[in-house]
Design a protein around this ligand. Structure first.
Ligand code: 26Y
Length: 801
């Protein structure tokens, strides 16, 4: 591993790869060519630690973690690898010799956007942490040809375009053409005595592509194994020879459809059969693969739980329960009961949402037609659940199959040894709501693991200014032991330190302002407060409440332009699921409000609204370090955890938020005086549902009422006055997420924020304390919790060299 740190070697490696891997000379190389050459050079340095990690895992026969996830929202890989290997200075220097900018090269890389939002990004942070901690692990997912759609705005309306991250050579992965598994669909079950055999009518092949995931300083390197769908039969020559070219190509096209696109869907329902096929496709391939690996060193499959822990990232891989039971019993000959016990002791399930529309449920008919054997096994699992329920004498009646649908949450729960929520509040609500019956039957099963974020990408990588200040002040250990940030807490009272801390914030803001000027043709002042809400657009996240507050603030400024305003720039960023009409209407309204405010000379620099299109991981890396205020304003009880909230706090932004998800724990850690909490609690939200009338709340709030009237009369859509009526219609008919009820509390909290920001010293103190006291939100801490409480696994500690 020594070679990694040898200065100078990178220069030669880049030059070598530019010639030998890319086939270019320095004078003809484009930015992309340089990126490919640098990527190869950096990738080479991961290989030795990667092999070594594998060898050590085999040598010690260590237990492995398999993280099954439909989504891995990695973002850019090159810069992250450079950071983890601490090669930035070398890379910068090596490229500079050719007059090439390191920033241009890393920014040339398209994001690997194999995910929609929080759940997918969490999976990526977990991979990073498992490598950092030396936990032997595989991430298993789908190698989508097209990741999350690209978003643009046409007159304020969201337009979606196919994303194409693999168009240029993607040289982080290794294609494993020999690592192939058959994945069946449809057909019938042939039963002979007690033996059942599934005979599928269609077979698609899953082929592996491996990406090494290097941990901090390449102490350990794991693998992300993504499956790509390939046809069983490459090509049908007969129809081709008859000139029926389309027909000849059709079977291959159909097979490849399975890994073609990521469902651009955060919580609504879509093209059912294909999604179910995707879920089974990657789950089955992953299970076949891990069983093969287990069997190379072990004989008795009943010992599987001692060497393997499988984590199901939400219910998307929940078919793992019946599929593992099928493989263990139908294929490897265990009895059903042994297979069930083995599977259950191996599998664990994380729940990420309580929203009913995001809880997966498949029609029994659909399940039976695509996975007939699994449907039979699901019924047997349901019988076992029924027996446990009866034994428990709890009087509850949870079932997996109910009203002709398979409830995947109940299936996942029943097949798992441990089930976890993603924040303390969310876990409590799981026990009280969706899983209350199952919790009574299995009171030991649910536990909490509050989410976290990787400090490598979300501080060390994205905020070099702050990184350097921290290194200088408290040393470098914080990168892999984030709670050491507490050591800067006393410096919140040191004016010189505060000054440096805020100068870094100011630099980050200036960089963002330059980007906005260049890319959005809008001038914003870095002296204004940067107030940022970035996340998927969803009614429960209440971007609408923020938009209304923005409009109300503009009204107040117009009325009294010479009052003492705290200048603000409000940033919005996020995509709406293409089929989620109400969310898309909100995007258009925000863009119209932005247009109206940004062109109003009376408002000027007191308020600006910026909504950059195509929010993604890379944009987040620029926005978060530049934030003064972090908007975390979901209806209490609806945001399972949030992880953006943690990234902001870590980078010294102050939160305005409800007592929802992990905000509750952020408040506990940073202290109630360093956060702006407002609005109803989860319990109050429940209580307010009874007899809720939106209009009553609007009538009581002159500020909100004025904005609603403006929207209604076309103030933000002159020439098309009814344009935003659907937003109002929905709000008045069904304000399920209680925008109206929380509006005044939000407005008041924002005015407190104005006052807070005006006091520069007090604000800087809060900002420093947010960074100092957010160390607990490292995904390293989260993963240590999973390792100890769920997987029963040791980290690298005590095992080095
Ligand atoms: C099945 C389909 C409809 C579906 C697809 C994706 C359902 C849900 C999802 C994604 C959910 C998700 O991203 N949930 C988020 O997970 C984060 C990580 O735990 C949380 O921080 C966040 O609060 C939660 O909304």
């Amino acid at each position: 591993m020594k070679d990694i740190y040898e200065p100078g070697s990178l220069t030669q490696a880049i030059d070598f790869h530019l010639a030998h891997s890319v086939g270019k000379t320095p004078d003809t190389a484009s930015t992309t060519d340089w990126r490919l050459a640098l990527s190869r050079a950096v990738r080479d340095k991961l290989i030795a630690p990667w092999f070594e990690a594998t060898n050590r895992t085999y040598a010690k026969d260590r237990k492995r973690v398999y993280y099954l996830s439909m989504e891995f929202l990695l973002g850019r890989i090159l810069e992250d690898a450079v950071n983890n290997l601490e090669l930035e200075d070398d890379a910068r220097e090596a490229l500079a010799k050719h007059g090439v900018s390191f920033a241009d090269v890393v920014n040339d890389e398209p994001d690997a956007a194999l995910g929609n939002g929080g759940l997918g990004r969490l999976a990526a942070c977990f991979l990073d942490s498992m490598s950092c901690l030396g936990i032997p692990a595989y991430g298993y997912g789908i190698r989508y040809a097209h990741g999350l759609f690209r978003q643009s705005f046409d007159q304020g309306k969201q337009v979606e375009m196919a994303e194409d991250w693999l168009r240029h050579q993607h040289n982080w992965e290794f294609e494993r053409s020999e690592c192939l598994y058959d994945i069946g669909f449809g057909g019938e079950v042939i039963e002979t005595g007690a033996q059942a055999k599934w005979s599928p009518s269609d077979i698609v092949m899953a082929q592996a592509y491996d990406t090494p995931v290097a941990g901090w300083q390449a102490r350990w390197t794991n693998t992300l194994r993504l499956w790509s769908a390939k046809p069983k039969k490459i090509f049908d020559l007969d129809p081709f020879n008859r000139g029926e070219y389309m027909q000849a190509a059709a079977p291959a096209v159909l097979a490849e459809t399975i890994s073609r696109v990521l469902y651009p869907d955060d919580s609504t329902e879509t093209g059912k059969a294909l999604r179910l096929k995707q879920e089974f496709f990657f789950t089955s391939a992953s299970l076949q693969d891990l069983l093969r690996r287990f069997l190379t060193h072990n004989g008795d499959l009943r010992a599987l739980p001692t060497k393997v822990a499988i984590q199901m990232n939400d219910t998307h891989p929940a078919i793992a329960g019946p599929e593992l039971i099928r493989l263990l019993s139908d294929v490897h000959g265990l009895s059903f009961d042994d297979a069930f016990d083995t599977a259950q002791n191996t599998l664990h399930y994380t729940n990420h949402t309580l929203l009913p529309e995001a809880l997966e449920a498949w029609d029994v008919g659909l399940m039976r037609s695509i996975l007939p054997r699994h449907m039979q096994l699901i019924e047997r699992i349901d019988d076992r659940l029924g027996r446990d329920v009866a034994m428990s004498k709890t009087g509850v009646t949870p079932r997996i199959v109910e009203n002709n649908v398979v409830n995947m949450g109940t299936l996942a729960f029943t097949c798992s040894r441990r089930v976890n929520g993603v924040s303390a509040l969310h876990t409590d609500l799981m026990k009280q709501t969706v899983f209350s019956d199952l919790h009574k039957v299995y009171p030991e099963r649910i536990l909490n693991q509050t989410n976290g974020v990787t400090p490598r990408r979300w501080l060390h990588g994205c905020n070099p200014g702050l990184r350097d200040l921290l290194n200088e002040t408290i040393g470098t250990e914080w990168v892999s032991d984030l709670e050491q940030l507490e050591n800067i807490a006393p410096l919140a009272d040191d004016p010189a330190f505060r000054k440096r801390f805020m100068a870094i914030k100011q630099d980050n803001k200036r960089r963002l302002a330059d980007w906005v000027a260049e890319n959005m043709n809008l001038q914003i002042s870095p002296d204004a407060m940067f107030d940022i809400q970035i996340k998927r657009i969803h009614e429960y996240k209440r971007q609408l409440m923020n938009a209304f507050e923005t409009a109300a603030l503009a009204n107040a400024i117009r009325r009294e332009p010479d009052a003492d305003w705290t200048p603000r720039v409000k940033f919005f960023g996020g995509k709406a699921a293409p089929a989620y009409v109400d969310a898309k209407n909100i995007i258009r309204l925000i863009n119209d409000i932005a247009q109206s405010i940004n062109t109003d000379p009376v408002i000027g620099d007191r308020l600006k609204v910026v909504y950059p299109p195509n929010y993604n991981v890379s944009l987040a890396e620029m926005l978060i370090p530049a934030a003064d205020l972090s908007e975390q304003i979901s209806t209490a009880g609806k945001e399972a955890s949030g992880t953006g909230n943690m990234k902001f706090a870590l980078n010294g932004a102050v939160t305005i938020g409800t007592l929802d998800g992990a905000n509750v724990e952020i408040c506990d850690h940073v202290g109630a005086t360093n956060i702006y909490i407002f609005g109803m609690t989860a319990a109050e939200v429940q209580a307010a549902r009874e007899g809720y009338v939106t209009q009553d709340y609007i009538d009581r709030s002159p500020i909100l009422n004025e904005v609603i009237e403006q929207v209604r009369t076309g103030f933000y859509s002159p020439g098309d006055p009814t344009r935003h009526w659907p937003v109002l219609e929905k709000l008045l008919r069904d304000d399920y997420f209680m925008v109206a009820a929380d509006f005044d509390a939000y407005w008041d909290a924002q005015r407190r924020v104005d006052g807070g920001f005006a006091n520069k010293d007090a604000w800087a103190r809060m900002a420093v304390l947010n960074t100092a006291l957010s160390g607990w939100f490292s995904s390293d801490r989260t993963i240590q919790g999973y390792a100890k409480d769920i997987w029963g696994i040791d980290s690298l500690a005590g095992e080095t060299e």
